[in-house]
Write a protein that binds this ligand. Structure first.
Ligand code: PLP
Length: 393
């Protein structure tokens, strides 16, 4: 009667959502200020002022029929031009508006790109730990997920990626700044990856594509985020304004196909085809226009930095082992017992809601989303201390 695969996907809510729902229930039971919910990556700082100012200006000045009507499937021409211009100027790479496709956020950018690329038998390399939806998106596009573990510091193990490449490898999916580790890949490691790919591409019928999933590009604490198109020709950027502009609910982002990609025009046509096949008629018109005026901006990163420093320093002092986050708003902490799920259950006793790393493709860690009010971090510290004591740290 129904597609069983879809039914299963719909019924088994993501672990993160499950914890979030539990948190909402607990908040009703004991009060919101007593629950320390670190589950979701929902931005906690306001959008930059320019976002609301531009939305209000557009609502007051642009004819309603034009503002709220369909745009071209790939996006409003002036918006695509603005995005291309921004990429050229900010990153010093060639880009044409004809290779920009406006989307409903990074999730849509990824599903469209994966569907545009994937043919029967194709493999997609992901670096574990990885955003859990990657598996859903890749498998739904008909591809096979190939996991390559990150190195000890959660950066790229370039040799291992090279070893995982087969004649079936279609693309490598990278995410930097990273969810869930907070790692920001360096110019050096990305250049080394590019060199291996160039070597592996020799004699191949079609070149390996790098897909750069970039919802956290602007959210760094000093680290530079190299632009992959400048390092490797066959690159597709899947960008989102969800996190940088705190617009996660408005569903807006874009795909940028590098003009240096092999058969870039055919690839872009496949992007348009995949968007069409998946029913993305066009990205939200109002927010296409708003974001075109806010390119490169971000919310209050200083607030995330304060949260990061407060939490990281306290947890390390308590005896926990954490990866110092270089970007995004996640802290990846080693579970003091091998079973991270059991650890998260114990943390719940102290109303600490953490996400076990199993759904990110690795065991023995938890993800702590610190995009929360500062008071939540402050309130949680005594609870973390008690939890550490319970483990004799
Ligand atoms: N990719 C990564 C790594 C993410 O963390 C997220 C959301 O948390 C997404 C993609 C999806 O982002 P969006 O809300 O823009 O669809």
């Amino acid at each position: 009667m129904v597609n069983c695969k879809m039914q299963k996907l719909g019924e088994e809510r993501s672990v993160i959502r499950e914890i979030f729902e539990y948190g909402n229930k607990r908040k009703q039971e004991i009060g919101a200020d007593k629950v320390f919910d670190f589950s979701l990556g929902n931005p906690s700082v306001p959008s930059p002022d320019a976002v609301n100012a531009e939305a209000i200006r557009l609502l007051g000045s642009m004819p309603s029929v034009a503002l709220h009507g369909y745009t071209s499937a790939a996006g409003a021409p002036d918006v695509r031009e603005a995005v291309a211009d921004y990429i050229r100027t900010a990153f010093g790479v060639p880009m044409s508006a004809s290779l920009i496709y406006m989307t409903c956020g990074a999730a849509a950018s990824l599903t469209i790109t994966l569907n545009a690329l994937c043919e029967a038998g194709d493999e997609f390399i992901v670096i574990s730990p990885y955003f859990p939806e990657y598996r859903v998106f890749i498998e739904q596009a008909g591809g096979t997920v190939v996991e390559v573990p990150a190195n000890e510091g959660f950066h790229l193990d370039v040799a291992a990626i090279g070893n995982a490449i087969t004649p079936h490898t279609k693309a490598i999916l990278l995410n930097s700044p990273n969810n869930p580790t907070g790692a920001v890949y360096t110019q050096k490691e990305l250049a080394a990856l590019s060199a291996i790919l160039v070597q592996k591409n020799e004699g191949r019928a079609s070149k390996i594509v790098l897909i750069s999933d970039e919802p956290y590009r602007e959210l760094t604490y000093g680290a530079q985020v190299p632009y992959l198109m400048a390092l490797y020709p066959h690159t597709v950027v899947c960008y989102s304004f969800s996190k940088s502009l705190s617009l996660a609910g408005e569903r807006i982002g874009y795909i940028a196909v590098s003009p240096q990609c092999e058969n870039a025009e055919a690839l872009f046509a496949a992007v348009c085809g995949a968007g069409r096949a998946q029913g993305y008629v066009c990205a939200p018109s109002l927010f296409q226009r708003v974001t075109a005026k806010c390119l490169g901006q971000s919310g209050d990163i200083a607030a995330y930095r304060e949260n990061r420093d407060l939490l990281y320093n306290a947890l390390v002092q308590d005896g926990f082992t954490c990866i110092p986050p270089e970007g995004a708003f996640y802290l990846f902490m080693k579970s003091p017992e091998p079973d991270a799920k059991a650890f998260c259950e114990r943390a719940k006793k102290y109303e600490l809601l953490l996400v076990p790393s199993d759904s990110f493709g690795v065991e023995g860690y938890v993800r702590i989303s610190y995009c929360v009010a500062r008071e939540t971090i402050e309130g949680s510290l005594p609870a973390f201390r008690l939890l550490a004591k319970e483990y004799g740290l």
